[in-house]
Design a protein around this ligand. Structure first.
Ligand code: GTP
Length: 595
């Protein structure tokens, strides 16, 4: 018995391959009422940070209706810091729609999410998008996709994926790879979903099992648990039991249920096996918990939540310039905001400290915490943050630190420098395989501490061709001493006072600064280097324009145009222990600590 009226899919794509455009077009062409109004509303309040970074941060749910079948489409974040969330989303759905750019083909970043999907035995559909591009090479791209599937260990069912060629932007698609065959409809995509993605099993007569996979919060109804009804039926007014993660149970009455319609949520009275819904009425409902009937308590296996491994101090801005730019600057406001974040972000921890104006905030990694900081800044908050530190833990009397499993895909000419750099950072290589076409895959176990500051190094080491993903592996006994690595530096322009941070490849010895191509060095800049064991500051007293030289000394410099302005995470990597970032709605400045 199957719920033929439902399909649950997750949509995955590399940045900019057209996921959002495609989902919007599916919504437009579906029989979902008001889809145009909803799209206009979403365009207005969509997350600016997501747009800028080109990454999906918030998992979003869009439900479209096609020929009487409801298709729930879960948007999936693509970064390793959100690996736990990706895994939970993959458990809610029965298939995935992989969107691939018809010119760029498979990008290694897609791999991380696709691998999780294949591991869950999900059935894929491939949409080769942007077929309208003159440079499109659909045939080769499909071959690449096939290779990737094989490499990731796809089984026979998964390898028989249907391919639809589309131009999401034009609202056209076709089963043929000839751009001339494009039809002004998304029907082939809808039909492939209905035909290939399995409908959920209908066991709605059995006892209820609803599991919370994501959290949301809203001022009117409080905490909301989003998840899938895996079995049975849930109704408003039902007396149910919530099995908590700690093994205890709590009874509650279902006060509100929400279904997804287009981009909106609407109250519903009942939901059945296979439905993706949101439930409110239980104040401390949490990810992984199961709702069952009071007389048939049978929790589902606990879902994976990533452990926080990195912490930072957040404090009220006490710099001399405090309060000039921010709207929300007081300890009370900052604390309220952090607490609100906890309502929905399960990998985040916020702890009070001895002072009422500072908190220890722990999260999954640099990106995870940076996104919180950036979001607060954009909302008008002003604060300071310290250098990130890994979280140590005592296990059986042994001091331990977090280790990450790092997977690197790189052209083989860079493997030597990567292996060297990671061994300096106390990484242990677990595996090395050739993946064909001159590409290597390297797997390391690295103390999380050793990864702070590594991304920038890695990118320059591999000239941007390397792909690195890392996920928390386990806590292991602490490695003694400093974890070395390439030295980092930050260039802080004091003449503008704007403290733009630029990147430096390394400072090999006092006075000589090797800069990344793209870095501008000029008089009046302070070059601050920080490594674990020695900090130094070099004042650039004289800057000379020189070409073809990639080193700068106190009175000599190389200048290559367009300096790269570092992202917040990169700035965090460059911070010294006695520095903090002053974060305001207008800017992010690196300052000496005046705690
Ligand atoms: P993120 O959510 O930011 O990861 O990106 P995305 O995958 O959702 O991509 P998005 O839909 O934002 O599209 C990225 C860019 O590609 C936009 O500028 C789109 O206008 C463009 N685009 C999307 N679909 C097509 C297409 O079919 N053809 C062409 N030529 N451009 C497209």
């Amino acid at each position: 018995n199957f719920r033929k009226d439902i399909r649950n899919v997750a949509i995955i794509a590399h940045v900019d391959h057209g996921k959002t455009t495609l989902v919007d077009e599916l919504l437009k062409q579906s029989d979902t009422l008001d889809s145009h109004t909803q799209l206009a509303e979403r365009a207005m309040d969509s997350n600016a940070l997501e747009k800028e970074r080109g990454i999906t941060i918030l998992a979003k749910n869009t439900a479209v209706s096609y020929k009487g079948t409801r298709i729930n489409i879960m948007d999936t974040p693509g970064h390793a810091d959100f690996g736990g969330e990706v895994e939970r989303i993959m458990k809610m759905v029965d298939g995935v729609v992989l969107v691939v750019d018809a010119y760029e083909g498979t990008m290694p970043q897609t791999r991380f999410v696709l691998k999780k999907a294949l591991e869950q035995d999900l059935i894929p559909i491939v949409v080769v998008n942007k077929i309208d591009k003159p440079s499109a090479r659909p045939e080769e791209v499909v071959d690449e996709v096939l290779e990737l599937f094989i490499e990731l260990g796809a089984d026979d069912d998964q390898l028989e994926f249907p391919v639809v060629y589309a131009s999401a932007i034009n609202g056209t698609s076709s089963l043929s790879d000839n751009p001339a065959d494009q039809q002004p409809t998304m029907e082939p995509i809808f039909e492939s979903i209905l035909e290939h993605i399995p409908a959920p099993v209908d066991n709605s007569e059995e006892p209820l099992q609803f599991q919370v996979s994501l959290l949301d919060y809203n001022d009117y109804v409080g905490r909301i648990g989003i998840g899938r009804v895996f079995r049975g039926t849930i109704k408003v007014g039902d007396q149910v039991t919530l099995s908590k993660l700690d093994g205890t149970t709590k009874n509650f009455r279902v006060t509100k249920l929400f279904g997804f319609f287009g981009l909106q949520r609407q109250e519903i009275q009942e939901a059945k096996a296979g439905d993706l819904i949101a439930v409110s009425g239980m104040e401390d409902i949490f990810v992984g918990e199961t709702v069952t009937p009071t007389d048939a308590v049978e929790p589902l296996p606990v879902l994976h939540i990533d452990e926080p491994t990195l912490q930072m101090t957040f404090l009220v801005n006490n710099s001399p310039f405090a309060g000039r730019e921010g709207k929300w600057i007081t300890a009370r406001k900052v604390e309220e905001r952090l607490m609100a974040e906890l309502q929905t972000d399960v990998s985040l921890r916020v702890e009070e400290t001895d002072s009422p104006d500072r908190w220890t905030v722990s999260g999954r990694g640099e990106l995870h915490l940076s996104i919180l900081i950036e979001t607060m800044r954009r909302e008008g908050y002003e604060l300071q943050v310290s250098r990130p530190e890994v979280i140590e833990r005592e296990i059986d009397g042994v001091k331990c630190e977090p280790f990450e499993r790092v997977q690197i895909d790189t052209p083989e000419e860079y493997q030597g420098s990567i292996i060297q750099a990671l061994s300096e950072r106390k990484g242990e290589m677990l595996d090395m395989t050739s993946t064909g076409n001159g590409q290597m895959r390297l797997i390391f176990l690295v103390p999380a501490r050793g990864l702070i500051g590594f991304t920038t190094d890695f990118m320059s080491m591999t000239r941007g061709y390397g792909i690195m993903n890392h996920t928390f592996d386990q806590y292991m006994p602490m490695i003694q001493g400093n974890i070395g690595g390439r030295h980092h530096g930050a260039l802080v322009s004091i003449d503008t006072g704007k403290a733009t941070t630029y990147s430096i490849m390394s400072i090999e010895e006092r006075g000589t600064v090797f800069v990344n191509p793209g870095t501008e060095v000029y008089e009046g800049m302070i070059v601050g280097e920080n490594s674990r064991d020695n900090d130094l500051t070099v004042n650039i007293t004289k800057a000379k324009q020189m070409t073809n030289v990639r080193s700068a000394t106190k009175d000599q410099t190389s200048v290559i145009k367009t300096p790269k302005i570092l992202t917040l995470e990169e700035s965090l990597e460059f911070m010294a222990d006695d520095e903090y970032l002053e974060v305001t709605p207008e800017s992010i400045r690196l300052r000496k600590q005046i705690l």
